[in-house]
Structure formats: structure tokens, C-alpha cells
Design a protein around this ligand. Structure first.
Ligand SMILES: CC/C=C\C/C=C\C/C=C\C/C=C\C/C=C\C/C=C\CCC(=O)SCCNC(=O)CCNC(=O)[C@H](O)C(C)(C)COP(=O)(O)OP(=O)(O)OC[C@H]1O[C@@H](n2cnc3c(N)ncnc32)[C@H](O)[C@@H]1OP(=O)(O)O
Ligand SMILES: CCCCCCCCCCCCCCCCCC(=O)OC[C@@H](O)COP(=O)(O)O
Length: 399
């Protein structure tokens, strides 16, 4: 065989074996036993971190700023595991479309992030960008109160001073303002995420919110629910002087993919596109009614952008994707190695004991834990979402 043909045959054989290895790895990632192990690491490490967070309580009285910094690092141990799952396990790619003048500010200032709420893993893509710009541990959100009770993540959020709301303004106003005031002297750079739509997009919620838009004389949106303006206005008002910009962010997935957390756990690769516009906070009106109108106008622009994306399959402008950092993976590997040994020891002891009762109890406990994790994953699923936004509600005259 001529040497060139030999080289080609060699390269082809190499490629074939690479492909079959990747195929095996793909099948491996879909195995239930892998998911069980990932969830075991997440749950046990999460509960350890929650316990350590609890131990920082006395520190808050002595040195509040130090306690906050410690809690940011502890929270990173939990949230970065989910980011590692997205980046390294599923291999999902995240592309950032933004202008080069804004890029140097990301991660170097406090900002309010506005994001569309259409996907089950939009929060995870948000976290991924937080990780890449070094603000994952300190990232904040205006979250619905129900999430505070989710073990691990919800409990971690208490110590991160996350702002919770019941989505009933009369009850929320006081607590939301108090929580925002507390962030004024936060010792780490943070991004404060606001899903102004207040709930995830469903056809029913969209139809109802467009009826509200019509009654308010606002233009209809095709890809977004009508934004709720109170949370945004109050955040801008109370974080003025603390945050310097609003990051108007729009997320989409290539080829009309509908990503899910279960898909990520199964190793399914997605491609996320995020478009970010940096808007200086000074450009946002101080007057509440004007601020609300500003937000409605922003959502009209976001809607036009989504229309462009659906026509062209990409956002306009340059892409400047921050590189994937190794820390999330290293943190995950650390917990895997730490928790693998006691698990093996436990399983060994279990089978050595030969006791049917102990083995049965362990199987029942594993089953209960996996049901618990399944419930947690359910929190991210749109079809299990709340009924908030399914009713039009009363209208005031001011938009
Ligand atoms: C460089 C990279 C950049 C970016 C990277 C991207 C992101 C990374 C950033 C940070 C990551 C951080 C964390 C992420 C991790 C996890 C996040 C996970 C989840 C949390 C998400 C949630 O829980 S979302 C739900 C909770 N949040 C919100 O609801 C926020 C928005 N809502 C508000 O602001 C509300 O105003 C409120 C909650 C404060 C109060 O709500 P309420 O309903 O009581 O009052 P409203 O005044 O808003 O509503 C009444 C008015 O609305 C009109 N109305 C009635 N029906 C409808 C309807 N169906 N649709 C629209 N409007 C309606 C009604 O007429 C009233 O009108 P008024 O004229 O009287 O105002
Ligand atoms: C290493 C990783 C292991 C993964 C396995 C375990 C995964 C456990 C995941 C728990 C995730 C809990 C965090 C939930 C964040 C959900 C964000 C969200 O999207 O909330 C919805 C609200 O905005 C609106 O709610 P609706 O009114 O639409 O209803």
C-alpha cells in the first residue's frame, strides 16, 4: 500500500475508534446508576455545605463581611456542580453575543440582569455565565418564596441573602425593599437576576398576559409575557448607587432545542446563545411610571430581537464568548473523590453484613432519596409550574 493510503487508512481507523469510544461514553452518561451517583454527590455535598453555612451563623455577629465572603465560597461549592454538569457532563456550549466595549465591565461591577424566562434551564445558563465571569458564588435573584424550601439550593440561598417574593405586591413590598437595602454594602461583585415576566412562558399565560397588554394599551409581544414592572422599578430605585448597569439579556437555544435538566443529566448537548446589552443605570428614569414604561419598551425591543433570531438562527453582532474555567470541574471532582470512598465502604459493609433487613432498608432509603431529587428536578419543569399569570387580575389605569 502506498504510504499516503496507509496514513489515510490509519487516520480512518483512529476516527472510527474515537467515534465508538464517544458513543460508549454517550451511553454511559444515560445510565441510571450514573445519575444516582451524581445526585448522591450533589445531595450529600449540598447538605454538608448547608451545615457549614449554618456554622457561620456566629460569624455574622462578629464579622458580617467575612461571613458573607465565606458563604459566597460555600455556595460556589453547590452551584458550580450544576454548572460543571452543564459544561463538562453534557458538553453544552454557551455563546455570548455582546459588544467589545461592554465586555471588560462583566464581572467587574454590580449589575441587574434582565432575562427572558422561556426555558427550564435558563437559570443554569445564567449561572454558567456567572461562573465564567467569576461572580457565581455571589449571584443573586428575585426568587419566588417556594424555592426557599427546596433543600440544598433553597437553604443555600438564605445565607446568600437572596431576595424572595410571594408575588403578592402588598405582602412583598416591605420585605423586598428590606432585602434590597441589605445588599448596599455587599463585599463581592454581584449580578442581581430579574425575570421580569415573573413566571415561565406557556401558551395559556401568554394569551392572558396579552389580554392584559391590550387592556393597558401596550403593544403585544410574541415571544415574551408582559413584564411585571414593580420588582424592576423597586430594584432600580434601591440599588441605585450600588449597581452601575442593567444587562439586558436574551437567551435562545439553537435549532429550536427545548432543553431540560433531565436532558443535561442524560448528557444531552445543547447550544445556548445569549445576547447581552449593557445599559448604564443612569439611563433609566427615576420616576416609577417612566421606569415602568422604560421596561415595557425594553421588552418590545427584546421581542424584535427574538423575531430576528427566529428568522436567522443567530443574534446580530459579534460573539465574545468567555472561556470555560476549570474550577467548577475541579470542585466537582473534589466532592466526587471525597464522597466515593465512604459510599464504597458503606456498600461493602452492607453486603458483608448479609442482613436482608439492612439491605432492604438501604434500598428503600436510596429510593426515597432519588424520589426527593426527582422532586427537586421537578421544580425546574415548566409543566409542573405555578398558576401565577394564569389570571388577568385587576388593572390600574397607569401602565
Ligand atoms: C454577561 C452575562 C449576562 C447575563 C447572564 C445571565 C444571568 C445570570 C445572572 C444571575 C444568576 C443568578 C441566579 C440564577 C439562579 C437561579 C434563579 C432561579 C429561579 C428564580 C426565578 C423566580 O423565582 S422568578 C419568580 C419570582 N420573580 C419575579 O416574579 C420577578 C418579577 N416580578 C415582579 O417584579 C413583580 O412585580 C413582583 C413579584 C415584585 C410583585 O408581583 P405581583 O403580581 O404582586 O404584582 P405586580 O404589580 O407585578 O402585578 C400586578 C400588575 O400586573 C398586571 N397583571 C395582571 N395580570 C397580569 C398578567 N397575566 N401579565 C402581566 N401583567 C399582569 C396587573 O394589571 C397589575 O398592573 P399594574 O399596572 O397595577 O402594575
Ligand atoms: C450536579 C448536579 C446534580 C443535579 C441533580 C439535582 C438537581 C436538583 C436541582 C434543584 C434545582 C432547584 C433550583 C431551581 C431553580 C428553578 C428556577 C426556576 O425556573 O424557577 C421557576 C420560577 O422562576 C417561576 O416559576 P413558575 O411560576 O413558572 O412555576
Amino acid at each position: 500500500m502506498p504510504s499516503n493510503a496507509k496514513k489515510v487508512a490509519f487516520a480512518e481507523a483512529g476516527e472510527r475508534s474515537w467515534c465508538s469510544t464517544m458513543e460508549l461514553f454517550r451511553l454511559f452518561k444515560m445510565q441510571f446508576i450514573c445519575h444516582l451517583f451524581i445526585c448522591y454527590v450533589f445531595l450529600v455535598s449540598g447538605l454538608i455545605v448547608n451545615f457549614l453555612q449554618l456554622c457561620t451563623l456566629p460569624l455574622w455577629a462578629i464579622n458580617k463581611q467575612l461571613a458573607r465572603k465565606v458563604n459566597c465560597r460555600l455556595a460556589y461549592c453547590i452551584s458550580s456542580q450544576m454548572v460543571a454538569l452543564l459544561e463538562w457532563w453534557s458538553g453544552t456550549e454557551c455563546t455570548l453575543y455582546t459588544d467589545p466595549e461592554s465586555y471588560p465591565f462583566y464581572g467587574k461591577e454590580n449589575a441587574i440582569v434582565i432575562l427572558n424566562h422561556n426555558f427550564e434551564i435558563d437559570f443554569l445558563c445564567g449561572w454558567t455565565f456567572c461562573e465564567r465571569f467569576g461572580v457565581l458564588g455571589s449571584s443573586k435573584v428575585l426568587a419566588k418564596k417556594e424555592l426557599a424550601f427546596v433543600p440544598v439550593i433553597g437553604w443555600m440561598w438564605y445565607f446568600l441573602e437572596i431576595v424572595f417574593c410571594k408575588r403578592k405586591w402588598e405582602e412583598d413590598q416591605k420585605t423586598v425593599v428590606q432585602s434590597l437595602q441589605r445588599l448596599k454594602d455587599y463585599p463581592e461583585n454581584f449580578w442581581f437576576l430579574l425575570y421580569c415576566e415573573g413566571t415561565r412562558f406557556t401558551q395559556k399565560k401568554h394569551k392572558i398576559s396579552m389580554e392584559v397588554a391590550e387592556k393597558k394599551g401596550l403593544p403585544k409581544l410574541k415571544y415574551h409575557l408582559l413584564p411585571r414592572t414593580k420588582g424592576f422599578c423597586v430594584t432600580v430605585q434601591h440599588l441605585r448607587g450600588t449597581v452601575t448597569a442593567v444587562y439586558d439579556s436574551t437567551l435562545n437555544f439553537r435549532n429550536n432545542q427545548i432543553p431540560t435538566l433531565l436532558g443535561i443529566l442524560n448528557g444531552k448537548k445543547y447550544h445556548a446563545d445569549l445576547y447581552v446589552r449593557r445599559l448604564p443605570l443612569d439611563s433609566i428614569p427615576e420616576n416609577e411610571a417612566e421606569c415602568a414604561m422604560w421596561l415595557h419598551k425594553l421588552y418590545q425591543e427584546k421581542d424584535e430581537l427574538q423575531e430576528k433570531y427566529s428568522l436567522t438562527g443567530c443574534f446580530p453582532g459579534p460573539t465574545l464568548t468567555p472561556p470555560c474555567r476549570p474550577w467548577a470541574l475541579l470542585n466537582w471532582l473534589f466532592w466526587i473523590l471525597l464522597l466515593l470512598f465512604p459510599l464504597c465502604l458503606l456498600l461493602l459493609r452492607l453486603f458483608q453484613s448479609g442482613s436482608t433487613f439492612i439491605i432492604f432498608t438501604t434500598v428503600v432509603l436510596c429510593f426515597a432519596a432519588s424520589l426527593g431529587v426527582r422532586w427537586m428536578i421537578g421544580q425546574t419543569e415548566i409543566n409542573k409550574g405555578s398558576s401565577y399569570g394564569n389570571k388577568g387580575g385587576q388593572l390600574n389605569n397607569n401602565a
